[in-house]
Design a protein around this ligand. Sequence first.
Ligand code: AMP
Length: 693
Amino acid sequence: MMTPHPQQAALEHSLRDPEGFWSNPAERLHWHRKPSKALTRQSKTLPSGVQHEHWSWFADGEISTTYNCVDRHVSNGLGDQVAIIWESPVTQTTEKFTYKQLLDEVEVLAGVLREEGVRQGDVVIIYMPMVPAALIAALAITRLGAIHAAVFGGFAAQSLAQRIEAARPRAIMTASCGIEGAKGPVSYRPLVEGAVAASKFKPSKVIVWQRDQLRWNHPDKLGGQRNWQRLVKSARMRGIRAGPVPVKSTDGLYIIYTSGTTGLPKGVLREAGGHAVGLELSIRSLFGIRGPGDVMFCASDIGWVVGHSYILYAPLLVGATTVLFEGKPVGTPDAGTFWRIVEKHAVNVLFTAPTAMRAIRKDDPNDNLIKEVGQRGGLKSLRALFLAGERSEPSIVRAYQDLLTQFAAPKAVVVDNWWSSESGSPITGLALNSQEAISTGSSAKTERPLAVRPGSAGLPMPGFDVRIVDDEGNEVPHGTMGNIVMAIPLAPTAFTSLFEDEERFYKGYLKRFNGQWVDTGDAGLIDEDGYVHIMSRSDDIINVAAHRFSTGAIEQAILAHPSISEASVVGIPDSLKGHLPFAFVQPRASAEYPDPLSAIPSPQLFKEVNALVREQIGAIASLGGMIQGRGMIPKTRSGKTLRRVLRQLLEHGAEGQYDASVSVPPTVEDAEVVEIARGKVREYFEKKTKAKL
Ligand code: AMP
């Protein structure tokens, strides 16, 4: 038999002997109380009487994640290493924080928050742009043993209000404005005030980071409005600081809200101990970022899980340098910005979403800007380009693999990696240094990762037991498409429940396969070499520019329009964003607006509906198109909308194949409705084509 590759050996070890495997990396962290064992399995009984298997990591340990990310490195003499580099092309600023400076900022801000009433176990919402204060806030909240809930700064007031109601935060930490690309500052004030007004729960404090580009001044409409910088200045003068408060390993570190199949967002709860151990291992082994001197540039947002893990916690856990980027892949000022940052800070790993690479290639189709930097040797430090958030099409992987081979470090690779808010770190990928996972210490040699297979998201990472099953939960042979599920326990970075909602955790993830498997919601296959290929998600969720949105939530926003009685939203492929939401709407019989019978809605209606989506969900979920008609939304006999059928009709229609067959399940209530929808799709595309000619 051939010797397994280190990544396969690490995976095999982690699944065969989770106790032995995870005890080893746990040793590298500082525990206020050392755990006596890694894994505990038990059975849980829900209030509804359902019993299911549950697990915990390092259950009797106590830990401070902030201590491990900051204090520990300063105590180890690494205080002068750079922890954070802030690159903000939109404000033309570069700022650096050493670990010593970061500790100072975090200690003082934690002192401020304690004075403002934040205590262990409280929730604090972070609604911030990509400024260092956002990272300092998260670390300060964590330092007090409180739980942060970051909400993407681009979310609309209503989305923020939902999250305020769900998290019931003691305080909100926010900023006077965000700066979206080259568009200039966007005031956060109406968004936050609108959200607090709309929420039944009122946080007692709103702490505002004032930015010079657009200030948030008096009057204080919220009651507990505070000026962040002023509080810090005052605390500093009075010598107010807070030390690290350790929490139980199974206590919450943060909540991240993600789209569920119903309109209400799901609060994925990250637990302190497992997160620290699993994430530290993942950045070392998968990303090959091992410690001081290594530079990670994760061009995501701290509102998303990728940002939590690889902008904030993982690089700091190993004492590396993280690049925090306030800008866009294009337009700030151009499509070369990523490459110039790589050059300027000798970045070793760049992590972004495929949608960013598509945007870059659209603006720079001949790759001139990357070549310009590459030809002067500016990409030599780059060991890998990691892509996640949605499927990377083989053409993108190949194009960047060619460019890296030409200009980056020897053997640099493009790594498509698959994961989710629930998993906390990649479930699959190609590890740059699996030796790190299996050996003690950090003296492992660089190894050759498993070969890149474009179109696949690599092999499972340690602790993730990935299987493909049919709808009954039976495993299918290699190469067969099916539901992607995981066996319990999940790896330590992953969730073990939803915030204060064990029932929904069971219903959303375990019930479908009777508690035997954790459902990922994704479909795909595993080939004979063990590579996992991710194909699609259920139609309840669509992926727009690498972010998850619930079609149900978008439908709800559309239905707020007085002229619309029914709506169904599906994802349509988009060359830039992967997918765009597309709506089928039925006008009310009484609706009075132009052309209610035409498949193409009037521009005014489209504009109004889109405004609702932008207002209630966020601009990122703007509709890519809309078809109107009556009696065209097919349903099952039990009343479930057959979005898949509409999506197929639309995909065929976009290619002019109006008569192509679609798979209509036998449970359809009225097959005639599908034919009406087909007619509408044809009318829509024919009219659009004519309008273009
Ligand atoms: P989120 O929790 O918002 O990060 O979304 C997670 C979902 O994004 C996954 O369940 C997948 O549907 C999708 N996703 C993430 N990474 C990939 C990838 N590399 N390939 C395909 N889909 C992905």
